[in-house]
Design a protein around this ligand. Structure first.
Ligand code: FAS
Ligand code: PHB
Length: 389
């Protein structure tokens, strides 16, 4: 088999890139390790920046998103039972939307099927070959044997644990990592959201986040030690702890219910450079990870897709390789700003095991400055809604 772009990974990055390229007549094949249902079973991001919203519209998959999403003008920041709003709409005339990654991925799968997009599920042993030649190819195995696809380019959209990043020789790669000394225990419940906007809370007991998916589906998180096991947390324990960390008014009106999903995710910041090697381009979590505090994971994957999509359009449409040659430079410039913002939000809103009294006073001063200062809120708003591509 031969195609123009082999895309490894059928998560949001791979599917969005495949859909965008297909609409421009560029042929792709997506190789996905899991089944479609397994991919859709993952509960992940909830907030979409303006750039991701625009890409979904350009990909022709925004109809349900535009119908069902919540538009949020801002968010609530809380600390020690006090709270204040940061109004993105007033500050930077831009909003964000609440539309779960699961729904984004579902819409993309449906669109790929409607266009007869080529997706191979349950692939094993993907190997990427001859990337430094003009005869790159990918081999993989399925139930009916070994397969080979010859291609012009490979997009590594296979997430943090994928094969693509590891294909770049170690002496070419530079990896930057910060592991945080805590994780997030997340619960999805069929209960009405506690507030019409998100509440990010820094309490003496640790961070908490009140989010949502729709008017009947809520998503909550609390910071927890990395040593915690999800099975040790009953639903009641989770709700009791969440109530201790959010402002009294929210705690008093919180509607609790059985968890339909409960999991612990570790927090890390990670970037690998470069994001291109020969005919391989890394995209999304394959190249970088952010702590979810700034809601940037899915949204930085989207900006990678934007740069790679336009670079490939320029290459195939105009025979000009400037876009793909500058892909890594452009993608990394925006990724590092998202890494900084996610690190800042995490540092501001979490309690660290080694924090001194001085550190706690600095954290509170930063929160009070954010509460009182319009310039500080504007900087937060600019980053939260998404810096320009
Ligand atoms: P993904 O990991 O989503 O997709 C990669 C795909 O490649 C997967 O389907 C995988 O099965 C496949 N794959 C892997 N190896 C392969 C191989 N060798 N061959 C073929 N296929 C292979 N972001 C936020 O903004 N907010 C959040 O609240 C948030 N919560 C998160 C919680 C968790 C537990 C995790 C892990 C991430 C979270 N994220 C969050 C970040 C997340 O949303 C990612 O940024 C997003 O999934 C990135 O999309 P992809 O780059 O497509 O990677
Ligand atoms: C979510 O709804 O899952 C969510 C929202 C905002 C974040 C992180 C997660 O910063």
């Amino acid at each position: 088999m031969r195609t123009q772009v082999v895309i490894i990974g059928g998560g949001p990055s791979g599917l969005l890139l495949s859909q965008l390229l297909h609409r421009k007549g560029i042929d792709t094949v997506v190789l996905e390790r899991q089944t479609r249902d397994y991919v859709l079973g993952r509960i992940r991001a909830g907030i979409l920046e303006r750039g991701m919203v625009a890409l979904m519209r350009e990909a022709g998959v925004a109809e349900r998103m535009d119908r069902e999403c919540f538009v949020h003008d801002g968010t609530v920041m809380a600390y020690d039972n006090e709270s204040f709003g940061v109004n993105f709409k007033e500050l930077v005339d831009t909003t964000v939307i609440v539309y779960g990654q699961t729904e984004v991925t579902r819409d993309l799968y449906d669109a790929r099927e409607k266009m007869d997009g080529k997706i191979v599920f349950q692939v094993q042993d993907v190997v990427i070959n001859d990337l430094e030649t003009d005869k790159a190819y990918v081999t993989y195995r399925t139930a009916d044997g070994e397969k080979r696809i010859d291609c012009d380019f490979v997009a590594g959209c296979d997430g943090f644990h994928g094969v693509s990043r590891q294909t770049i020789p170690q002496d070419i790669r530079t990896e930057y990592e910060k592991v945080y000394p805590f994780g997030w225990l997340g619960v999805l419940s069929e209960t009405p959201p506690v507030h019409e906007e998100l509440i990010y809370a820094n309490s003496s007991r640790g961070f908490a986040l009140c989010s949502m998916r729709n008017e009947k589906l809520s998503r909550y998180y609390i910071q927890c030690p990395l040593s915690d096991k999800v099975e040790a947390w009953s639903d009641q324990m989770f709700w009791d702890e969440l109530k201790r960390r959010i402002p009294d008014e929210a705690a008093d009106s919180l509607v609790t219910g059985p968890s339909i999903e409960k999991s612990i995710a570790p927090l890390r910041s990670f970037v690998t450079e470069p994001m291109r090697w020969g005919r391989l381009f890394l995209c999304g979590d394959a190249a970088h990870i952010v702590p979810p505090t700034g809601a940037k994971g899915l949204n930085t994957a989207a900006s990678d897709v934007h740069y790679l999509y336009h670079g490939l359009l320029q290459y195939y449409g105009e025979g000009d390789s400037e876009g793909i040659d500058r892909y890594s430079e452009k993608a990394l410039a925006r990724i590092w700003k998202a890494e900084r913002f996610s690190w800042w939000m995490t540092s501001l809103m979490h309690r660290y095991p080694d924090q001194t009294e001085f550190d706690l006073r600095i954290q509170r001063a930063e929160l009070e400055f954010l509460r009182e200062n319009k310039a500080a809120q504007t900087v937060m708003a600019e980053n939260y809604v998404g810096l320009p591509y």
